[in-house]
Write a protein of this length. Sequence first.
Length: 290
Amino acid sequence: MKSLRGLLSALVVVLAVGVAAPFSAVMAQDAPRAAPTGEAAESAPLAAPTQSVDVSSSTVAPNARGISIIDMFIRADPLVKGVFIVLVLASFWSWVIIINKGLAMSSLERKATRFEKIFWSGKPLDELFQQFSANNDHPLSATFVAGVREWRRAFEHGAPSEAVLAGTKDRVEKAMSVTISRETDAVEKSISFLATVASTSPFVGLFGTVWGIMNSFTAIAGQHNTSLAVVAPGIAEALFATAMGLLAAIPAAIFYNRYVGEIGRYVNRLYAFSDELSAILSRQLDEKAR
């Protein structure tokens, strides 16, 4: 009996050892190994990873591409394109007027200075009249010719009597005043266009801005997407329309104010000359009527 129990005990021990040995081997393979230390760690090569790394899901940001003015114009709404074209044409024509008026005012100032130098040189009025009536190419000489022509008409039938002196002086002054008004209108020609562009271009650009923003919100509602890729083009078009309005308005406003001041000073110069000429002609009328 005792021998049977001993045999059974030995059999159980053998079975337990046989089952535990493979399990211990598997656990030993899965357990992390300690990093080597010392010289072995410095000289040992790095082991390559045994598992493949999936890089297909990694995200790489695309290169941002700038939006040029031409791209914005091509992609813009037809109404916004119309706003761009109107503002470009207004700006172009404004610069044509600005350059042309600047050259014209410089020429008028030079001719006026040369005329006054000749006028006050002491030449007789009849000689000056013959000289400038054939070359009447600026407002100051036109005013002189108009006044002297009316003054000469008073002597066509001899010396005027004192009864008609007052009427003659009045006609001379009116002739010069009408000439100044006509020449002033010619000098101020096209200046009103600069005022119109300066006052209306910002509002035209603002209209394009509002329309571009409306298109942006429409795109958001249609795509159910609020990302910058959807919103940015419309906002860029809107802001560019505002910039175009300011680009047309600012130079027009600056040069309009400048030319208004220059024309005002030139007109005052014309009126001052007409007063001096009227005094000279009135004095000579009084002398010849005696």
